[in-house]
Design a protein. Structure first.
Length: 146
């Protein structure tokens, strides 16, 4: 069954509209990624000390990503959340021929434009739809830009 949101269009649109990352050398990029990974190892301890709250061990992965990888992760997450909803809506009120012909591509382009904008703004995000324990995505180009 066709979807009301074409997620492949959303991802392609977001990738094509996303702003270019800051210019860094390969050595600078490797240093930033290493620093981010090291900082995430220390962060839970600092938070626990500051808040005086004891939390269970962190099981989520920390993944340092670029903008296209952030877009891909969020496209997959949004699809996991939105597809069941749109399927229910379509079951209650089947869309017309025009909506089925172009609706998914139009809404996919809209979703892609929003993802493109956000891909240049988000520093980090806890994403829990792609892996069982969830993952912390750190968007390296945005952190470098800040």
């Amino acid at each position: 069954m066709a979807s009301l949101i074409d997620w492949s269009v959303a991802e392609r649109t977001a990738r094509s509209l996303a702003q270019s990352p800051p210019t860094v050398t390969p050595d600078e990029a490797a240093r930033v990624v290493a620093e981010l990974r090291a900082a995430t190892e220390l962060a839970a301890g600092h938070v626990a000390e500051l808040t005086r709250l004891a939390e269970p061990a962190v099981t989520a992965e920390t993944t340092v990503v670029d903008r296209p990888a952030w877009i891909a992760a969020n496209t997959a997450s949004l699809s996991a959340v939105m597809d069941p909803l749109t399927e229910r809506l379509m079951a209650k009120k089947p869309p017309g021929k025009l909506t089925m012909a172009i609706g998914g591509r139009a809404t996919g382009a809209q979703a892609g434009a929003v993802l493109a904008f956000l891909s240049g703004k988000v520093l980090g995000q806890y994403e829990f739809f792609s892996v069982e324990a969830g993952q912390l995505l750190l968007v390296a180009p945005n952190i470098v830009a800040v």
